[in-house]
Each structure stands twice: as structure tokens, then as C-alpha cells.
Design a protein around this ligand. Structure first.
Ligand code: SF4
Ligand code: SF4
Length: 280
């Protein structure tokens, strides 16, 4: 039957078919549809002309497609990679800040392939608003980037947040974003969506926050956490910051792993990535 009809009863089976949420690396593949250029916040580690650094390999300019182009691309790639089980939108900006085109793209994909799992990644600002629509559109997997829980740290990470026609800055912006993220994740979980929490780790900025994010993710019953060492983007405000060492990341993953399952095989994909993930 059509799995998209059931709102809550997504089993471990579904979970295992997403190569990012589970580690069935060599079996299944994902395709990213780069249809989301705009963003509604400014992470200080991101440069707009590049791919969303929350999910993708930063510093790589991503092409942007229209929904029609994305569908053509999907069909041609599916021929080449029949093992594609997941189609997702991960930038180059925020998927939900571009919801009308994203929705249209997903509708087209589902019309030709009702079996494919749909996923998207977001900073979470608009998740509360769109959670229901995501479910209706057939989206089962959502990645939300949560880099901190404390607004003082958030002010170091985000230059501004644009919400409903107003621009927020500093601690106020961080508080708003965090509140929306928590509300959005809660709503999405209630609807039975799988949630992956991405957390960009930046030495000297948010390492003390990451365990707190893991606790929160556990509390909100998220499914998996992906700690991503910052890859500094030349020209971004935080270009001089260092990524944590492998040992630091390993330690963080161990500590956080006590609270929530850790994804260790993220490939830093581009917004237009396709194929199977490579293992470590
Ligand atoms: Fe860049 Fe993504 Fe942050 Fe938007 S959410 S500013 S695209 S890293
Ligand atoms: Fe999966 Fe990471 Fe690639 Fe996103 S960037 S599709 S989480 S491997």
C-alpha cells in the first residue's frame, strides 16, 4: 500500500531505507533536489551563494533548479541509480523558506514515484507552521539543525532571523529561532515524522552546547543526531574558527550517544548530490 497514507505508524523498516537516518549504506541511495535558494536566517558560518552549510558541503556553489528541471533530473538519475529510495531538499538555502517551490517539486516527484521517501532539511524556523503540510505532502524525514540551546551562544552563531516580516538580531533572534525549533520538532514528532538533529560543532563557540542539544533531542524523542565539524567557509564571518579535532568529535559523539543515536557517516553532500553514501 501507499506508506504516505499512514501518519504515525512508520516502522523501523521505513527508517532503515533512509541512508542518512540508518547506516544501510550500500543498499540505498538518496538524491538531493536543489530547488531551495532562499534562506530566512543568517548563520555566521554560511555564505549565501553557497550551499546551506547545515546540511551540505560548504564552499561549493550549488546550482538551482526549477520544479520541472528537478523532476527531469530525478527521472534521469533514478534510471542510473535504481536503488534511490529517498528524494530530499537540502538547500542551497532553507527548504521551508522556499516551501511553495519545494512543495511543487515534491508533488511532481510523488506523482511519478509514489514509493519514494521524501525528506528535507531546515533550520526549523518555519517547521511549526508547516509540519502538517509536510505530512500531507508525503515528507517522512526531516533534518533540523540545532546548534545550541542557550541564546547567548545563539547570538554568536546567527547574525539575524527574518520572521513574519520582522528582522531579529542578537539574543532575541536566537531565542526566537530556538523556540520555533522546539515547537516545530514537537509538532513534527507528534505527526510521526522522523527527525534527525544536525549540530554544527565549532571549537570555541558551541562545544559546551552540544551535549545540551543531545539532551533536548532525547527529550523531544528525536531519532538520530548528526554532529558535523564546522568546515570553515572562506568569506563567512566565522571563517577563522576551527573545526573541533577528530578526538573532540569522537568524545562528543560518545557522550551524546548515551542520549540519542549518533550518525557517523555524513558525507557533507551537496544540495545536488545523488547516489549511495560512502562509508567511513
Ligand atoms: Fe546558510 Fe543554511 Fe544557515 Fe541558511 S540555514 S544561513 S542556508 S547555513
Ligand atoms: Fe545524509 Fe549528510 Fe548527505 Fe545530508 S549531507 S544527505 S545527512 S550524508
Amino acid at each position: 500500500g501507499n506508506i504516505f497514507k499512514s501518519s504515525v505508524s512508520a516502522g523501523e523498516n521505513d527508517f532503515a531505507r533512509h541512508p542518512c537516518f540508518s547506516e544501510s549504506l550500500n543498499q540505498y541511495a538518496r538524491i538531493h533536489l536543489p530547488v531551495a535558494p532562499a534562506c530566512n536566517i543568517q548563520c555566521r558560518y554560511c555564505l549565501r551563494k553557497y550551499c546551506c552549510a547545515n546540511e551540505c558541503r560548504p564552499g561549493v556553489t550549488a546550482l538551482v533548479m526549477t520544479p520541472v528541471e528537478a523532476l527531469d533530473w530525478y527521472l534521469s538519475q533514478k534510471k542510473q541509480f535504481p536503488e534511490i529510495t529517498v528524494a530530499g531538499v537540502a538547500g542551497p538555502g532553507d527548504a521551508l523558506a522556499n516551501w511553495p517551490v519545494v512543495k511543487e517539486t515534491l508533488r511532481k516527484i510523488r506523482a511519478v514515484d509514489p514509493e519514494v521517501y521524501l525528506c528535507l532539511s531546515t533550520n526549523g524556523l518555519l517547521l511549526l507552521e508547516y509540519a502538517e503540510e509536510l505530512l500531507e505532502s508525503g515528507v517522512r524525514f526531516v533534518t533540523v539543525t540545532v546548534n545550541c540551546v542557550e541564546a547567548e551562544c545563539g547570538a554568536k552563531l546567527y547574525a539575524f532571523v527574518n520572521y513574519k516580516g520582522t528582522q531579529f538580531r542578537g539574543v532575541e533572534a536566537a531565542k526566537l529561532l530556538f523556540r520555533q525549533q522546539v515547537g516545530g520538532i514537537r509538532a513534527a514528532k507528534k505527526l510521526g515524522l522522523f527527525i534527525k538533529i544536525n549540530c554544527v560543532a565549532i571549537d570555541g563557540i558551541n562545544l559546551d552546547q552540544i551535549e545540551k542539544v543531545a539532551n533536548l533531542a532525547d527529550e523531544l524523542q528525536c531519532d538520530v543526531m548528526n554532529i558535523i565539524p564546522l568546515l570553515p567557509v572562506h568569506g563567512s564571518e566565522l571563517e577563522k574558527e576551527k573545526p573541533p579535532s577528530c578526538e573532540q568529535i569522537e568524545k562528543l559523539r560518545q557522550t551524546c550517544g548515551k542520549k540519542i543515536r549518533q550518525m557517523k557517516h555524513c558525507n557533507h553532500c551537496r544540495a545536488d548530490a545523488v547516489g549511495r553514501l560512502k562509508g567511513k
